[in-house]
Design a protein around this ligand. Structure first.
Ligand SMILES: [Ca+2]
Length: 317
């Protein structure tokens, strides 16, 4: 899930609407030209450990030219973005009990509209600003709800690699927001899916590496779906893998899913990676996943995303 919507279901026109056009004051990454120059696809070159010819390869976003990282204030300005939105929070629970592992921030319309209605307003021209605004909004709202007071609980933020120019500059507003709202930055988790719009794994891994060095928790979202699979895991080992709901749905009735998840769980244990099961809707799914060692789970069985409060599980009485 990216901003609460599976990118596989994100309208493709978001990524391609402005392709081939130039807009005054904005620039595209030179990634494509550089890749052609090198003659080896960046993804392949990265896997082979070859030096990368391009320092900043996101392809589908227009960045301000000259590039200037937005600050916290700027990212809170809805007028500058062109539309406003809010965040719902859904817990990732520990089925063995205790405080939740994290709350994931999921984008919503101001009147509770689904993520799709918000994401429909995101295009090549505002993707960078939207990504930055999502981080600031998530941190501000979570801090206001007291998430930092829940022992060990993390705030999980989805991000779009294509919206990041360079990791070191695009993190500025995130850190400013943490300082302003009193949220500990080491409790931030960044989850990303290698969806169809992430055309360059090397860029994604560069961001993850930078985030890891900063002490953030890194997570691959939707693992087992689309492109978020073994190739990415073989190249980069995050702190967390979120098992896609395609793998967890009806797992209690699917020997194939059981075999796959058991294998992933074994690999995760050897790589010291924490597994999270997504999209859990039944007690049978929960229990089967738990039998494979997956303690941390997320889904409607536990709590739906809620705006304006952090839902507890089990609900306090
Ligand atoms: Ca997600």
């Amino acid at each position: 899930m990216v901003f609460g919507l599976d990118v596989r279901r994100t309208p493709r026109h978001c990524a391609v609407a402005l392709r081939g056009r130039s807009i005054k004051g904005y620039t595209r990454s030179p990634a494509k030209a550089n890749r052609q120059h090198v003659g080896i696809p960046a993804r392949r070159a990265g896997m082979l450990g070859l030096p990368q010819a391009h320092p900043d390869p996101p392809m589908h976003t227009l960045f301000p030219k000259p590039f200037r990282a937005a600050g916290c204030d700027e990212c809170r300005n809805a007028a500058a973005l062109g539309f406003d939105f809010t965040m719902a929070f859904q817990p990732i629970v520990n089925v063995d009990g205790g405080p939740p592992f994290a709350y994931e921030a999921l984008v919503r319309g101001l009147n509770g509209e689904g993520a799709g209605s918000v994401l429909a307003q995101v295009d090549d021209g505002n993707r960078y600003r939207f990504d930055q605004a999502c981080r600031v909004k998530a941190i501000e709202l979570a801090a206001g709800l007291g998430l930092q007071d829940i022992p060990g609980c993390r705030l999980s933020i989805n991000f779009l690699p294509n919206a990041i120019y360079r990791p070191e500059t695009c993190i500025r507003s995130t850190l400013e927001a943490c300082a302003r709202f009193g949220f500990p930055s080491e409790r931030l988790m960044f989850e990303v899916t290698e969806g169809e719009r992430v055309s360059d794994s090397a860029h994604l891994i560069r961001i993850f590496d930078d985030y890891r060095k900063r002490g953030f928790i890194t997570a691959i979202d939707d693992f087992g779906a689309g492109y978020a699979g073994l190739n990415l895991l073989a190249t980069f080992q995050p702190h967390v893998l979120k098992l896609d709901m395609e793998l967890t749905r009806d797992i209690d009735r699917s020997p194939a899913r059981q075999a796959i998840v058991a294998g992933v769980a074994l690999a995760a244990e050897r790589l010291d990676i924490t597994l999270i099961g997504e999209g859990i809707e039944t007690a049978a799914e929960r229990d089967m996943l738990r039998s494979f060692g997956v303690r941390f789970q997320q889904g409607f069985l536990f709590a739906r995303p809620t705006i304006g409060r952090l839902t507890e599980w089990p609900a306090s009485v």
